[in-house]
Design a protein around this ligand. Structure first.
Ligand SMILES: Nc1ncnc2c1ncn2[C@@H]1O[C@H](COP(=O)(O)OP(=O)(O)OP(=O)(O)O)[C@@H](O)[C@H]1O
Length: 228
């Protein structure tokens, strides 16, 4: 088996007494797009958050190209955590309202102390890629549309050239033309970087068009029964 993959290995996650993921294993190889499908509430977003190193599983672990990751968020070494990026459904929940779109895109680079000249160059390159005009780049989130903000969030997700990109209903609230553009940017990125991509969507047409293979996550969440 290739060791260039992002792996959720026998992951179990519960919220209180509700078990949401029970011994789930999902692998995303570099260069492939995996669709994740399942009924509402079955734990797709939870799995995406575990793979994005945002949520520590109760059991099991995530590994990146064979390296086990036993921490989440800023406790994960920079070189490892920047290998994975995520794009979620709601750009407003993900964006700091105080930052201009330029600063929003630049934030992960500044957080890793990237020289400012490199930051400016990379932000301009990505803003072009996602189709943000110079006028839009200077605005703050309240002054742009959801679609424009999601383009900025996509640019931010790609800023460290991640090997793995997790897209959780990332195009669900966009109009058809923005959805097509965002999907095209992600597909091009996946091909040129040979990135592994996880796509979560309830849109079966999009899932079929986008995915190399589809994983069904159909186990419903259940409550653990008290032994007392
Ligand atoms: N932070 C949390 N605290 C408590 N329960 C949560 C939390 N996040 C999710 N849940 C619950 O865990 C279950 C799985 O949620 P999750 O969002 O992972 O499912 P999903 O498959 O992505 O659903 P959908 O398709 O509707 O987006 C749901 O019952 C949800 O209410």
């Amino acid at each position: 088996m290739s060791s260039t993959h992002l792996l959720a290995d026998r992951v179990t996650v519960g919220y209180g007494r509700q078990v949401v993921l029970d011994d789930v294993t999902v692998r995303i190889d570099r260069g492939e797009t995996v669709g994740l499908r399942g009924p509402s509430g079955c734990g797709k977003s939870t799995l995406a958050r575990v793979l994005a190193l945002l949520h520590q599983p109760d059991q099991g672990r995530v590994s990146i190209d064979g390296t086990a990751v036993d921490a989440v968020r800023y406790a994960v070494p920079v070189a490892l955590r920047t290998r994975v990026a995520a794009l979620f459904q709601s750009p407003r929940a993900a964006a700091d309202p105080r930052l201009s779109l330029t600063d929003l895109i630049a934030e992960p680079l500044r957080a890793t102390r990237t020289p400012e000249s490199v930051v400016r160059e990379r932000v301009a390159e990505l803003a072009d890629l996602v189709g943000l005009t110079a006028d839009l780049r200077g605005r703050r989130p309240h002054a742009v549309s959801d679609g424009q903000l999601q383009r900025a969030c996509l640019a931010r997700a790609l800023v460290h050239r991640p090997d793995y990109l997790l897209c959780d209903e990332a195009t669900a609230m966009l109009d058809a033309s923005t959805q097509a553009h965002v999907a095209a940017v992600i597909r091009d990125y996946q091909r040129t970087q040979r990135a592994g991509v996880l796509v979560i969507t309830h849109d079966q047409t999009l899932l079929d068009r986008w995915s190399d293979r589809i994983v069904d996550l159909d186990r419903p969440a259940y409550e653990t029964v008290s032994s007392k």
